[in-house]
Write a protein that binds this ligand. Structure first.
Ligand code: F6R
Length: 243
């Protein structure tokens, strides 16, 4: 893994925005995998600014988001879809026909997961996948456990993950759905290139386990060690316990 440590979150976000901008300039029809959460907020701010200043043209880019809560309608405030609308989609010139999202309100969630896999394949696969990491070592919503699932699937969220997402649901953890739809480990690992961002001291443990630890289903992010093109961008707090 190629690891870079930044003085702070703003410098890190600017560096990831530069990677995305450079990739889009080189391949205007890039297929981009996107995360939600607190970590990429600075990245989306930088990308929106670059887009307004004419530095990135998203008109031919295709996007696939990593995950969505089960049972949440796409226009509900707590949905990841709405997060993306607020922070990114509505501010840039993406072609809406090329924005892909898991439908958390689908009648048949497994069929919805299968549809997503087919759509990723039809787009030619993901060129660049941006990731955050959960403090428990999850990527997407592939939670730690005895086994991991390869393809897009329904997941039961762990309580710490629901707590981390409570702010999307008025701070009330009981309102955070218990299940979600998520790209699987192979869906993520088949991306041609991966950029993982992590900031803050609460990520130091999982970052060290991901980079220095053994491959373990208890730390899903550790499987990124198998990928030939992963860049990990950290702030100093998240890098604090790295060997
Ligand atoms: C979100 C996602 C998650 C987050 C992770 C970190 O779409 O896939 O894996 O990246 O939970 O979240 P933050 O950035 O809020 O700490």
């Amino acid at each position: 893994m190629n690891v870079t440590i930044f003085s702070g979150a703003a410098a890190l976000a600017a560096a990831v925005a530069d990677i995305v901008a450079e990739r889009v300039r080189r391949s205007p029809s890039l297929v981009l995998g996107l995360p939600t959460g607190r970590t990429p907020l600075g990245l989306y701010r930088q990308l929106v600014r670059a887009s307004r200043e004419g530095g990135i043209d998203f008109s031919r880019v295709t996007t696939f988001n990593l995950d969505e809560f089960l049972g949440v309608l796409c226009h509900e405030a707590g949905s990841y879809r709405q997060y993306m609308e607020r922070h990114f989609f509505r501010h840039v010139n993406l072609d809406r026909r090329q924005v892909h999202f898991l439908d958390g309100a689908a009648d048949d969630p497994q069929a919805e997961c299968d549809r997503y896999e087919t759509a990723i394949e039809a787009a030619g696969g993901i060129d660049l996948q941006i990731l955050g990491i959960g403090a428990n070592g999850h990527i997407g919503f592939n939670e730690p456990g005895d086994r991991l699932v390869a393809r897009t699937h329904v997941v039961r969220l762990r309580v710490e993950t629901r707590r981390a997402n409570a702010s999307l649901f008025g701070g009330d953890v009981d309102r955070v759905p218990r299940y979600a739809l998520s790209m699987g480990m192979a869906t993520i690992l088949h991306a041609r290139a991966i950029v993982l961002m992590a900031t803050g001291a609460e990520k130091a443990g999982c970052v060290a386990a991901m980079i220095n630890g053994p491959l373990a289903t208890r730390t899903p992010a550790s499987f990124l060690q198998l990928h030939p093109e992963v860049r990990v961008l950290l702030d100093q707090a998240a890098a604090r316990t790295l060997k």
